[in-house]
Design a binder for this molecule. Structure first.
Ligand code: NAP
Length: 199
């Protein structure tokens, strides 16, 4: 499974760091092009490569972590998704004002799904602050918890496997209509809670 990352800021680079720690390869992209990512990929090590937005978007699984209002342009004019997995790590709120976006009652993932037609969307990697996501998933003698949700069982199984490989404990929150709302920030009950599972 190849992995692409669109958005190399706080969350994109935190996700890349968790992959790098586990020796998993990925192509990471931003709006300014691969040259602007030289220092980041040098720091993360050889498994993470800088690429164009199109290169990152061509992977089997693509994590998207972009400022809410910039999602439409970040996801425009890309190759057809054709059933590939897209991980929605986004929240409908933006620094520095942290003013919630009016979604007309829809879950943010429902809005996101419309931006990636034909993709199998899994909501994940959005409920923790970036510095926690980037840190060691072994915590307090247990494993840090990540939630995931989605409507395609096979896509969720892939993301669950990835969560496991990078050392977190994944919890399936069900379909997007249920799970994405629980982890959405603001509004959901789960964001920001840094939970640890003891086996
Ligand atoms: N920060 C957190 O702790 C946190 C936690 C959970 C969820 N989230 C969510 O994760 C998402 C990203 O947040 P963040 O804090 O990582 O934001 P960020 O640090 O501002 O990074 C945003 C990234 O999006 C890229 N981008 C913007 N427009 C693009 C385009 N047209 N094509 C490709 N890349 C584009 C930016 O690239 P350039 O810099 O090159 O423009 C940048 O790398 C947001 O939806 C946020 O709500 C954040």
């Amino acid at each position: 499974m190849t992995i692409g990352i669109i958005g190399s800021g706080n969350i994109g680079s935190a996700f890349a760091r968790t992959l790098a720690r586990a020796g998993i390869g990925a192509t990471i992209a931003n709006s300014r092009g691969p040259d602007s990512l030289k220092d980041l990929v040098l720091e993360l090590g050889p498994s993470i490569k800088a690429g164009t937005r199109e290169e990152a978007a061509s992977a089997d699984t693509v994590l998207v972590s972009v400022n809410w209002r910039k999602l439409p342009s970040a996801l425009a004019d890309l190759p057809a998704w054709g059933g590939r997995i897209v991980i929605d790590a986004n929240n409908p709120i933006e620094a520095p004002l942290f003013k919630p976006v009016d979604l007309n009652g829809r879950a943010s993932s429902e809005v996101f799904v419309d931006l990636v037609p034909g993709a199998r969307v899994v909501k994940a990697f959005n409920h923790l602050q970036a510095h926690v996501l980037a840190g060691d998933p072994r915590a307090e003698g247990g494993q840090r918890v990540l939630f995931y949700s989605g409507d395609d069982p096979a896509a969720k199984a892939e993301v669950s496997g990835l969560i496991e490989r990078v050392g977190f404990f994944g919890i399936d929150l069900g379909p997007l209509a249920v799970g994405a709302r629980l982890v959405q920030f603001p509004g959901g009950a789960l964001p920001v809670h840094n939970l640890v599972r003891f086996g």
